[in-house]
Design a protein around this ligand. Structure first.
Ligand SMILES: Nc1nc2c(ncn2[C@@H]2O[C@H](COP(=O)(O)OP(=O)(O)OP(=O)(O)O)[C@@H](O)[C@H]2O)c(=O)[nH]1
Ligand SMILES: [Mg+2]
Length: 549
């Protein structure tokens, strides 16, 4: 059913914080909107600060009560996958028979950047899907840019009916004086306005259509399967040159979109001219023909849709443009270069390990007048106290526990499997002989037993923390990095046990971990998981097995 005052019924489904904010801005303009987020705090804010999206139009899709994806797009994807059937059901009932389902999101964070996964999840509903996605501003981190370019790459491979990319850098340039509290509110108004104006073209008070660009034209333009450029520009004079110049400017330097949109690759172009009566009266009809010819020429034969309106409230002309292109604008290509550069810097940082300070000879200085032995003695005493502490049990998810425990065993040989440390004798060449008896004179030399290897990343059985993504990621990393068959056996055993857990999330994580390891080794377990009562577990196991075949 056609909504009052609008050519097309556009229903927004927002993903992540930016996605929800933009969807809520569309809701303020009378569109139906639904927000999905992995963060309940972000969803809560949609009910406040002038957005007022009702609670039943906000859906939490986080896992395990986590609040947001913390820019981890892998986790964002997982949240969408885990909730696939609920999302499909909710979106299906919510959008009804909308003309356009507009998925809105901000690329850069972890939730919105998983929008391609959302597209996949909705695929079987065969909806008329378009995506409106913001790109991170220049000042944002390498992680945001890497997330964004990966998401763009995934998105353009999806069989969508249209893409709108919004450039947050250009929006920031045009809103640099807006207060922090209102910034996103204001830029979101600016970014939905051009699309909204095209949709209400024929229903505005005081605006008389002379030649209409109707709902069907708009549908064709919006859903033409390309990257869209939507913009508007005011003109003080109405001539063929000024109109063509405005079109070129909107393509090259649109204030809300990535720059460098190529007119040569435009397949569909809609142009609307609005002007007060006096201006239209003084403009010959030949202007219409000239513009049409010129645009056909500049787009290399693109389909041109023209509309003309008399706006009695205006004192100058406005040109509105909507163009769809098959090529990625230069502004996005530039972001790919920035992401490569900044992403590589970030990767290098992560590869650096924390090393001790190189103190050179000051390490050996004696700075006190007490006997040299007294000062030195503190070192072995402290070390032996550390060595006597029982080895702590392996932790479920702390990343550092893995490296610490393996270091203490392999480098120092300080612990056996039961956590009983061997007494250690300071072996530093400079250690004075008198330090030895002071440690524990009565201790008899122990038989050194080979410590039994224990996988450090295995969580305690049945604990609440067991259903934790990071725990299973740690198990995967340890499995991959370990050269010990014993450790691998322990990890595989634990994953197989967790595959039979009563908790469907534990089963999901265990099966997911198997799919990341050797699908041959886990073939039987994966086969059994294809019969799991949980659809997500079945899906992930079947996918892994089909890729193996
Ligand atoms: N235009 C616009 N951009 C926004 C808004 N909020 C955030 N952004 C941008 O969107 C990108 C993603 O940020 P968020 O939407 O907060 O991220 P998210 O999708 O919620 O992901 P996580 O926070 O990691 O769960 C950021 O890099 C910002 O550039 C907004 O309201 N409007
Ligand atoms: Mg967020």
């Amino acid at each position: 059913m056609k909504p009052a005052g609008k050519a097309l019924e556009i229903v927004a489904v927002g993903l992540g914080q930016a996605g929800g904010n933009i969807a809520a801005e569309l809701a303020r303009r009378g569109y139906r909107a639904l927000a999905l987020n992995t963060a309940s705090s972000d969803l809560g804010s949609l009910g406040k600060s002038g957005l007022e999206l009702p609670e039943d139009q906000r859906m939490y899709i986080g896992v395990d009560g986590h609040d947001g994806a913390g820019s981890d797009a892998g986790y964002g994807r997982e949240c969408v996958t885990v909730h696939a059937s609920q999302i499909r059901e909710r979106v299906n009932e919510f959008v009804g028979d909308a003309d356009v389902v507009l998925l809105t999101c901000g690329l850069g964070g972890g939730t919105g950047s998983s929008v391609a996964e959302l597209v996949k999840v909705l695929d079987e509903l065969s909806l008329p899907i378009m995506v409106l996605a913001t790109l991170p501003a220049d000042h944002e981190s390498g992680i945001a840019k890497v997330n964004a370019v990966r998401a763009v790459n995934e998105l353009v491979k999806e069989n969508l009916l249209g893409w709108v990319f919004i450039d947050n850098s250009r929006l920031a340039q045009g809103h640099s004086n807006v207060g922090l509290d209102r910034f996103y509110l204001e830029v979101n108004k600016a970014l939905v306005e051009p699309l909204h104006q095209l949709n209400v073209l024929n229903e505005r008070e005081g605006v008389v259509p002379i030649r209409t660009l109707d709902g069907e034209d708009l549908r064709t333009l919006l859903l033409s399967g390309g990257i869209l450029n939507v913009g508007a520009k005011e003109l003080s004079a109405l001539t063929a040159e000024s109109v063509i110049e405005a079109v070129r400017e909107s393509a090259q330097f649109n204030p809300i979109m990535p720059e460098g949109f190529s007119l040569e690759s435009v397949s569909y172009l809609g142009l609307v001219i609005e002007a007060p009566e006096g201006m239209l009266h003084n403009t010959p009809f030949s202007l219409f023909e000239q513009i049409s010819e010129q645009l056909k020429d500049e787009t290399g034969g693109g389909a041109i849709y023209l509309g003309v309106y008399r706006d009695d409230n205006a004192d100058q002309a406005t040109v509105r443009l909507i163009a769809s292109s098959q090529s990625v604008p230069e502004g996005i290509q530039e972001m790919v270069s920035a992401a490569k550069r900044e992403g590589a810097q970030m990767r290098d940082k992560l590869q650096q390990t924390l090393s001790g300070l190189d103190l050179g000879e000051i390490e050996e200085y004696e700075l006190f007048r007490t006997s040299p032995g007294a000062t030195r003695r503190r070192i072995p005493e402290q070390r032996s106290r550390i060595a006597e502490r029982p080895a702590s049990p392996p932790r479920a998810s702390a990343k550092s526990s893995k490296s610490k425990s393996s270091k203490s065993k392999s480098d120092d040989g300080e612990g056996d499997a039961k956590g009983e440390p061997e007494k250690k004798v300071e072996t530093k060449p400079e250690a004075k002989p008198e330090t030895k008896p002071e440690t524990k004179p009565e201790s008899a030399p122990k038989v050194i037993t080979q410590p039994k290897e224990v996988a450090a990343s295995i969580p305690p059985p049945g604990g609440a923390s067991a259903a934790d993504r990071e725990t299973y990621d740690n198990m995967v990393s340890e499995y991959k990095s370990s050269e010990s068959d014993e450790i691998k056996r322990q990890l595989a055993e634990r994953l197989e046990a967790d595959r039979l857990s009563d908790n469907s999330l534990v089963r999901y994580y265990a099966v997911r971990a198997m799919t990341k390891l050797d699908t041959d080794i886990f073939a039987d377990a994966l086969q059994a998981a294809t019969e799991d009562e949980d659809a997500t577990v079945r899906a992930i196991a079947s996918k892994a097995l089909s890729q193996r075949a």
